[in-house]
Design a protein around this ligand. Structure first.
Ligand code: AMP
Length: 450
């Protein structure tokens, strides 16, 4: 039943890069071995700070019929504290359906989109696994025990942020590796102490692998997130190579998530996972139930004036404005700034470090307004977004669902306002078909016009 009981850190692992010459290894005072012949002293792992003794009394959640509490899963106390601090009470459906198995070592393939809590589902599995099987002996620099790969830099950063939050009291070291930002800085993070969890985009991870700055033969648990997007973006060959450097699938635990289960994805899942459990969570339509959807009929010329009025509303705390094209996004951003709004922009042509700063400023509330394209906006995990504006309606109805899913997250109320001019109106029927209901398109109230 517990298939990975012996397969994790204890069993000999048949791996490609196992043949490390003994002579290259050296051991530091802290017991962290490294392959670099130059002695460089790794920083001592600091124990997590404990200001006050924490216990489950600080995190009381009443049992509820049909719901799973994190308390019911026998998770390590340091992880429970992180979960409590994030304010989670009950498991989301994907968590409740996967955790009982993945915590037992089973592989899993999950059909789940962002907004379902899938990130915490796999991170809680990873963290519990690492904490329950501490490594007594020496560790090597650049040898993660857990590897998470995801297709985009934004997604990697969000996963790494979630991982750092959940790991806050565990002493586990999380490193993210993404393209477009300083290579050396990422390398230093790997060199200063043994790394437990690496979260990476496939390209940057392969750069590190090829320069022998990372070794994947000690990976006990591996997560492939948004496998369908990896496929769309042409990353599968890289992912295959990455996986070939990790232990055999019977000797690692593998969790794969994808928003769709196409035959291609199911084929890959079969190759990469070992007797997985399969969980399917219905798409974000669920989230859409907590979103009030308004559609205003406007002419193209009236859109900007109406947008300004919408942004000035009382209840507007933070807003993402979506447009279909990068140039529309850029122009809109410029006009908003000229009109005195503190607005940021997220689109593919903005450099990565600037995008990260913008996201941080938006998260912290420094920026109230964010203008984004679908690709850049997809997968943004920010709670507390009060409004989403569809400045243009998307051509793909799935994008509409994704967009409005940015608000009304985790049960909170949200408002989506769509501007439907003549061109946009063509998209409405297919969106309504996907939603399974009609959207009531109305003229904006008079005080919002002119
Ligand atoms: P994800 O699907 O991973 O993008 O998660 C969506 C959002 O739900 C994130 O902001 C998480 O912090 C939040 N979340 C995840 N699990 C829970 C939970 N059990 N209870 C409340 N919020 C959660």
């Amino acid at each position: 039943m517990l298939k990975k009981l012996f397969g994790k850190s204890s069993a000999p692992q048949a791996v490609e890069s196992a043949a490390k010459p003994e002579a290259e290894k050296s051991t530091t005072k802290q017991g962290v071995e490294k392959k670099d012949p130059k002695p460089r002293k790794p920083r001592e792992k600091k124990p997590a700070k404990q200001e006050k003794p924490w216990s489950l009394d600080d995190y009381m959640v009443a049992p509820q019929e049909g719901k799973t509490r994190f308390h019911d899963l026998n998770l390590p106390m340091s992880l429970m504290r992180g979960i409590a601090e994030l304010g989670y009470e009950y498991c989301s459906p994907i968590q409740a359906q996967t955790l009982p198995y993945t915590l037992d070592g089973y592989d899993a393939i999950g059909k789940a989109q962002t907004g379902t809590g899938k990130t915490a589902a796999f991170l809680i599995t990873v963290i519990t696994d690492l904490l329950n099987k501490p490594i007594d002996g020496a560790r090597y620099i650049g040898e993660p025990r857990a590897l998470v790969i995801a297709p985009t830099r934004e997604l990697v950063q969000q996963i790494a942020d979630d991982a750092k939050n959940l790991c806050k009291y565990t002493g586990l070291h999380v490193v993210s590796l993404i393209g477009g930002v300083d290579y050396d800085r990422q390398m230093k993070q790997l060199e200063t102490q043994a790394v437990d969890i690496v979260v990476a985009t496939p390209g940057r991870l392969m750069d590190f692998k090829e320069r022998s700055q990372i070794y994947l033969d000690q990976v006990e648990i591996m997560v492939i997130d948004e496998a369908d997007r990896m496929l769309d973006m042409g990353f599968i060959p890289q992912v295959k190579r990455i996986i070939s450097h990790t232990p055999k699938k019977s000797q690692r635990q593998t969790l794969l998530f994808s928003a769709t289960f196409t035959p291609d994805i199911l084929n890959l899942s079969e190759r990469w996972t070992h007797e997985p459990i399969r969980v399917e969570i219905e798409p974000e339509r669920v989230a859409a139930d907590t979103v009030e959807q308004i559609v205003y009929i406007v002419s193209a010329d009236e859109k900007f004036g109406l947008l300004k009025k919408c942004l000035s509303g009382d209840k507007v705390e933070s807003v993402i404005i979506f447009a279909n094209r990068r140039d529309t996004t850029r122009k809109l951003h410029e006009r908003l700034q000229k009109a005195g709004f503190k607005a940021g922009i997220l689109s593919g042509d903005i450099p990565q470090n600037k995008r990260s700063r913008t996201l941080e400023d938006f998260k912290s509330g420094k920026l109230k307004v964010l203008v984004a394209t679908d690709v850049a906006g997809r997968g943004i995990h920010i709670d507390g977004i009060s409004h989403v504006v569809n400045y243009t309606l998307p051509e793909d109805p799935e994008d509409y669902v994704h967009r409005i899913g940015r608000t009304g997250r985790a049960g909170a109320e949200g408002v989506s306002i769509s501007f439907a001019c003549e061109d946009d109106a063509f998209m409405l029927p297919s969106i309504e078909e996907l939603l399974g209901r009609k959207l009531n398109a109305v003229l904006p109230p008079e005080e919002m016009m002119g």
